[in-house]
Design a protein around this ligand. Structure first.
Ligand SMILES: Nc1ncnc2c1ncn2[C@@H]1O[C@H](COP(=O)(O)OP(=O)(O)O)[C@@H](O)[C@H]1O
Ligand SMILES: [Mg+2]
Length: 367
């Protein structure tokens, strides 16, 4: 059975017009991984996204497809699939609760959670667990960049500033996001000016080990920092988790200004015997051996992307990208902060640098 056929079968895929507790009605289904326009979605096979409405107000609804998880996938046992599903859902709810309690205003807010009861005509039917979020009416950054020709440097830098604040807020709660790609950056106004971090499904929490924490990289392979795809696991939380979020912030800057990805550049410019398997190489080279090659290709990448950066901010922006995306994870982050006790990544420096650049861009755009 194809992915598309499988997606059509369960009740969780047909929820339009269903009513939820609290007076919400499901009004629209959103694109799924595997569908055209959703190439960047790595989300679970077992979830669907919808828009729900109440009195003219919208919300984003994420439902868990338990029915389909129950069906045999020929790969894992039923109990394993169910455990996975409950672990993933419970973990996302718990992390979102921490963010709500801490009032993190640059992280998507949850409006409620619950279960849609089994259909009345199906006594053995299965309820559908869900999480209801505030609705990002501007969509996500990936969609906006691909569809809009109105974005300017002031918008790009303001989004980068807001995402940096979101990362700082998460790190202050000992949470690292680990999957900060453009489709997980949500825009909460029609003009896309209010950005927040979404999709905490692959996050890490200090002191809590979830299944994806044991994987070399938790988020998308296309955005993973080099040390992770080469199988090197940094010993310290700051390097392993906060360093990865910072790498994603730098990658987001690259994407917003150039539309290209650093990983694609590595893949096109490094020979197969040095590339890891995850990036279509033959995977025989380790991180330490590959690092000089990665560093030299990274330097040529920076030279290439410089022309896409605004003239007035080129020097500082390329410096920010170099310190956020350095293939050597020990050199990533603000160098002064890294010398302090505990070697903090210095996210506050990136917050203030993007803030200053965003303000300057407003003046430059007007001129
Ligand atoms: N709060 C929201 N408002 C509007 N759209 C959203 C919201 N949250 C997510 N989306 C859309 O749904 C997509 C998938 O949601 P996400 O939470 O990232 O789940 P997944 O685990 O499937 O990646 C996002 O890339 C975005 O386009
Ligand atoms: Mg996502």
């Amino acid at each position: 059975m194809s992915l598309q056929e499988a997606l059509q079968l369960s009740r969780a895929s047909k929820l339009v017009n269903e009513r939820l507790d609290g007076g919400w009605t499901v009004v629209e289904q959103l694109t799924r991984p595997g569908e055209l326009g959703a190439e960047d979605l790595t989300g679970s096979w077992f979830s669907f996204g919808y828009v729900a409405e109440k009195g003219g107000k919208k919300a984003f609804l994420k439902v868990v497809d338990v029915e389909r998880a129950l069906a045999d996938d020929g790969k894992t046992s039923l109990m394993n699939r169910l455990k996975n599903l409950t672990d993933v859902h419970t973990f996302e709810c718990d992390i979102l609760d921490v963010c709500t309690k801490a009032r993190l205003d640059k992280v998507v807010q949850i409006l409620g959670k619950g279960e849609i009861p089994a259909a009345a005509n199906a006594p053995m039917g299965i309820p559908i667990p869900y999480i209801l979020f505030e609705h990002a009416e501007g969509g996500d950054a990936r969609k906006l960049v691909s569809r809009s020709n109105k974005i300017d440097d002031a918008w790009r830098l303001s989004v980068l500033h807001q995402v940096a604040v979101g990362i700082q807020q998460l790190h202050s709660q000992d949470i690292a996001h680990q999957d900060l790609k453009p489709s997980n950056i949500l825009l909460f106004s029609k003009d896309g000016s209010n950005a927040k971090i979404g999709d905490l499904g692959r996050a890490s929490r200090k002191g809590t080990d979830t299944k994806h924490d044991l994987e070399n990289w938790a988020g998308s392979t296309r955005y993973a920092p080099p040390e992770q795809v080469y199988g090197l696991i940094p010993e310290h939380w700051v390097d392993r988790r906060e360093g990865c979020d910072l790498y994603h912030l730098g990658s987001l800057a690259i994407f917003l200004f150039t539309g290209v990805s650093l990983t694609s550049y590595y893949v096109s410019n490094i020979s197969k015997d040095v590339l890891p398997k995850a990036w279509t190489g033959n995977g025989t080279c380790d991180y330490k051996t590959a690092l000089p090659v990665l560093t030299s290709v990274f330097t040529s990448f920076i030279d290439n992307v410089c022309c896409a950066l605004p003239e007035w901010g080129k020097a500082e922006l390329s410096q920010i990208i170099i310190s956020a995306c350095n293939p050597d994870f020990t050199k990533r982050g603000d160098l002064n902060a890294r010398k302090k006790q505990g070697n903090p990544i210095g996210i506050e420096t990136f917050v203030s640098r993007f803030d200053r650049l965003a303000k300057r861009a407003l003046v430059e755009v007007r001129q």
